[in-house]
Design a protein around this ligand. Structure first.
Ligand code: ZN
Length: 90
């Protein structure tokens, strides 16, 4: 199965850039600093600003997984019926 993971680049709500410094401690309440405009916000705030991006990436992964699964089933079916001249699977 191919790799269908997606990486989401979080965007700064102020300038839209994706370079951040993640200060300790890590985790949802860690402070994130935008490398471009210097805006500081909490990690969970940054993620909520980017929730649409994250949701879109999730949907993409799900649809990729479905596609992959369908192809696998198709291959399995095709192999199962191989040699049977009465059934043709396209
Ligand atoms: Zn910024």
């Amino acid at each position: 199965m191919k790799d269908i993971r997606r990486q989401v680049s979080l965007q700064c709500p102020t300038c839209g850039k994706t370079d951040f410094q993640f200060d300790e401690p890590e985790g949802p309440s860690g402070i994130v600093t935008c490398a471009s405009c210097g805006r500081q916000l909490r990690r969970d705030e940054l993620e909520s600003y980017n929730s649409e991006l994250i949701e879109a990436a999730k949907k993409e992964v799900v649809s990729e997984a479905k596609k992959e699964l369908e192809q696998m089933m198709h291959r399995t079916l095709r192999d199962a019926f191989r040699g049977n001249k009465f059934i043709k699977i396209r």
